[in-house]
Design a protein around this ligand. Structure first.
Ligand SMILES: Nc1ncnc2c1ncn2[C@@H]1O[C@H](COP(=O)(O)OP(=O)(O)OP(=O)(O)O)[C@@H](O)[C@H]1O
Ligand SMILES: [Mg+2]
Length: 257
């Protein structure tokens, strides 16, 4: 295994609207591994992922983000996405006027038509049939012709968001609470889908979550805990039952002294 990280943050400092949120985060994500990022509410988990993705409100004031050893600070969101970095939002944005199936066919390599006659997604388009089978598997076939997240239920928008990100076949994906708002059946569907993607593609998964259920579908290589804008603990899944029992304050006080 290549021991160099695929992506790393070095002493990363970030502020939003002039307020420091991340105050020096050192993290490393290696190719093909699975990571869980945990931490109390407002500890900076989403901020970390959004900064790595390059969202403009998240201003880097110090440190760096390296992808394959090279800084990506000056790269746009589009460039980062093309390099293979993806982020599934905690709260997926609504985009009126853009249909889910059309959007996916345009951005996701697996569904792009190679036949010029199919390029407008006619009913006979093979890619569209494959896409619809995949929609069916994630239980979102009913959303195919609707505007992105417009009136989707909480669970529907999470599954649609996950589907979009998975379909882009990224090298590393940050999934921001992919389990939030999902019922028991949807959790299983999403957990199995993540496992299948992991087995099929050599992707790095970074899952931000407050619950272990979704993580148990995967073999998690490392668990990172953020607190007040810092990485304060690195462990593994065996820590989670203890963490659940004690809560963050007590767990971290005991573990980090
Ligand atoms: N765009 C923004 N504008 C203003 N404040 C922001 C913005 N984004 C993040 N923050 C602030 O940064 C802090 C960290 O937020 P962040 O969303 O990263 O937390 P989190 O760890 O993901 O929490 P949660 O578990 O609740 O999702 C919070 O105090 C939040 O209010
Ligand atoms: Mg968050």
């Amino acid at each position: 295994m290549d021991n160099n990280p695929l992506l790393e943050t070095r002493d990363l400092r970030v502020e939003v609207s002039g307020i420091p949120i991340l105050v020096g985060v050192d993290l490393a994500f290696r190719a093909g591994q699975v990571y869980a990022i945990l931490g109390p509410n407002a500890s900076g988990k989403s901020t970390l992922a959004k900064t790595i993705m390059g969202l403009p409100e998240y201003r880097i004031t110090g440190g760096d983000i390296l992808f394959n050893g090279t800084s990506i600070q000056n790269k746009s969101i589009t460039e980062r996405a093309r390099m293979g970095i993806a982020y599934a939002f905690q709260t997926p944005p609504r985009i009126s006027g853009v249909k889910l199936d059309d959007f996916i066919c345009r951005v996701c390599p697996d569904y792009q038509c190679t036949d010029v006659h199919d390029a407008l997604m006619g009913e006979t388009c093979v890619c569209k049939q494959i896409l619809y089978d995949d929609f069916e598997r994630l239980g979102i076939r009913n959303l195919a012709n609707r505007d992105l997240n417009d009136g989707f239920s909480g669970g529907e928008s999470k599954r649609s968001e996950l589907f979009q990100v998975l379909s882009m076949r990224p090298k590393i994906m940050f999934l921001d609470e992919p389990d939030s708002g999902l019922d028991y059946d949807s959790l299983k569907t999403v957990g199995r889908e993540l496992k299948a993607i992991k087995e099929k593609h050599d992707v790095t998964l970074v899952i931000i979550s407050h619950h272990r259920y979704i993580l148990e579908f995967l073999e998690v290589d490392a668990v990172y805990i953020l607190q007040r804008g810092r990485l304060v603990y690195t462990g593994d899944m065996s820590d989670i039952p203890v963490l659940e029992e004690k809560g963050y304050e007590k767990f971290l006080a005991e573990m980090t002294g």
